[in-house]
Design a protein around this ligand. Sequence first.
Ligand SMILES: C[S@@+](CC[C@H](N)C(=O)[O-])C[C@H]1O[C@@H](n2cnc3c(N)ncnc32)[C@H](O)[C@@H]1O
Length: 206
Amino acid sequence: MPEVYKHSRYLVELVKQHLPLESPICGAEVGVWKAETSRWLLSQCGNLSLTLIDQWSPEPFKIDRNKFSAMAKQNNRPDVWAAWEREARANVAEFGERVRIVKQDFRAAAEAIEPASLDFVFLDAAHSYQDTMQQMLAYTLRVRPGGLVCVHDYGYPQPGYQVVSEAVDDFLRYFEMVPQVDPESWVAWWIAPQWRIAWTRGAERD
Ligand SMILES: C[S@@+](CC[C@H](N)C(=O)[O-])C[C@H]1O[C@@H](n2cnc3c(N)ncnc32)[C@H](O)[C@@H]1O
């Protein structure tokens, strides 16, 4: 059986507390690995359709800024990444059309998601300052006002990960917000604000 992590359980609680229980909801997980969190979300939230975004490639972990991650130990093992991808696909296969898998760099994958079309996003790809910041920049506007933006590993007590909190705090400073943080699972989250820019289809602005 796939593992159920503390952060996966916490995310399900958040989704159930803040998002509609009956009507359909759309979420995205950015950085999926073996899709254990995706599987838990889909199994616990029957009204959820989930986009899974992962490159399943060692390339991001060959970049110096991401080498502190435990995943970088596998950065010369494409076979390991291929096995993780197979495991991820198998873990969510039973959810059929509720699942959309996008095998791409998260920056490119964001371009295909309509602004304000998601009820929540869970950001958990590479954890350097730059990658964390770029995930927030790429995906926050994809979440509708009132939806949830969640970031993993805020305050995670391992060397290197302090930059996640720094990136989140720097990003939220622009919105005069502070995140809620679950100290058990290191999930930071906030409610997506009402944007001052008005989006229309095709990402044109007023
Ligand atoms: C920490 S794991 C994700 C764990 C998963 N969210 C969970 O809860 O089990 C990070 C994942 O991010 C992916 N990743 C890292 N950089 C990426 C990038 N630039 N684009 C897409 N995926 C990326 C990696 O392939 C890896 O599978």
